[in-house]
Design a protein around this ligand. Structure first.
Ligand code: SF4
Length: 315
């Protein structure tokens, strides 16, 4: 049995066949799972986001017809909101029907080459390799590559692909990366690639780890603005949180403001420490005033949700 056959056999026996996006050939549902899973664990996507999103938006056409606010609301808590904005943009651009060619898919906002290949391989069984973070690690170890070079990895992925059954091959590679060839303590004894794997004696060397810089902490202040029992919020314009509602943030603490507590949130590049402050003499322009009930229906970023929870739980 060669390595491709071994991977196929391993998948038949050990693959996660029950994942809902593996039980459909609906390109939209596969696309949605790929986008949600880009920065979020399978467990979280499965338990909290995938099914409610599909219930609200059963087709890509329904995403295209909805206002962005509604899409963001269903994405609330999942983070990395650019994914939701790109999904909405893509739904409108392709009028609710995804193209079937990987080159066309890859030209849509938020769909990279690997995601385009995943959609085509999983929905239409096209013979295309995928290259997500787990697969990259497996290939680096299998071919003993100490540097994660995209071009080299794509070449290896193409050569390694089992063209007879690309669906199973790609799903298997993802599962092997997730459960067998894990970043720490890979289980080479249970791995279908082990017989010919060049990196199995020193898997930690492939690829060589790049030391991550410690994320800096930013300290800012969130203005709690009140009017007639309602809270004043703005709709964010900055790139990462665009379209989400939240509290006005400032770098300097206004002189007479008093503290209502702190919340923290860790983003990919920094940790935000946000002190909630209140000063009734402050006059700050906001985009709207909302009751607690009205805020429930708005899409808020996680840190703004934390503020709301802190404010209302201390009432
Ligand atoms: S044999 Fe070990 S290092 Fe090689 S791919 Fe399998 S788990 Fe990873």
């Amino acid at each position: 049995m060669n390595v491709k056959e071994a991977i196929y056999a391993w998948y038949q026996k050990n693959g996660r066949h029950d994942l809902p996006w593996r039980q459909t050939n609906d390109a939209y549902k596969i696309y949605l799972s790929e986008i949600m899973l880009q920065q979020t664990q399978v467990k979280t996507v499965l338990e909290r986001f995938y099914f409610p999103f599909l219930e609200r938006f059963p087709t890509l056409q329904s995403v295209a017809e909805a206002p962005l606010d509604d899409v963001l609301k269903m994405w609330e808590g999942l983070g990395y909101y650019t994914r939701a904005r790109n999904l909405h943009h893509t739904a409108i651009t392709c009028k609710g029907v995804l193209p079937k060619r990987p080159e066309e898919l890859g030209g849509l906002k938020g769909i990279g080459k690997s995601t385009a290949h995943a959609i085509c391989a999983f929905a239409y069984h096209q013979a295309l390799p995928i290259l997500d973070a787990n697969v990259k690690r497996v290939l680096c170890r299998y071919f003993a590559l100490s540097v994660k070079d995209e071009k080299v990895l794509w070449e290896k992925a193409w050569k390694f692909l089992a063209v007879k059954h690309p669906y199973e091959h790609n799903q298997a590679m993802m599962d092997i990366g997730a459960f067998v060839c894990t970043s720490k303590n890979p289980n080479c004894l249970e791995c279908p690639l082990s017989f010919t794997c060049k990196g199995k004696n020193t898997p930690e060397n492939y690829p060589l780890a790049i030391k991550k810089a410690k994320v800096p902490t930013k300290k800012r202040f969130a203005l709690v603005i009140k009017k007639e029992g309602k809270l004043g919020l703005i709709q964010r314009k900055e790139r990462l949180l665009h379209g989400l509602w939240g509290f006005v943030q400032v770098d300097e603490k206004p002189k007479n403001a008093h503290s209502l507590g702190k919340v923290t949130h860790t983003y990919s590049h920094f940790k935000l420490e946000l002190e909630m402050i209140y000063d009734e003499s402050l006059h700050v322009k906001v985009d709207g005033y909302f009751t607690e009930e009205e805020i429930e229906s708005l899409a808020l970023s996680t840190v703004d949700k934390k503020i709301i929870q802190t404010l209302f739980s201390s009432k």
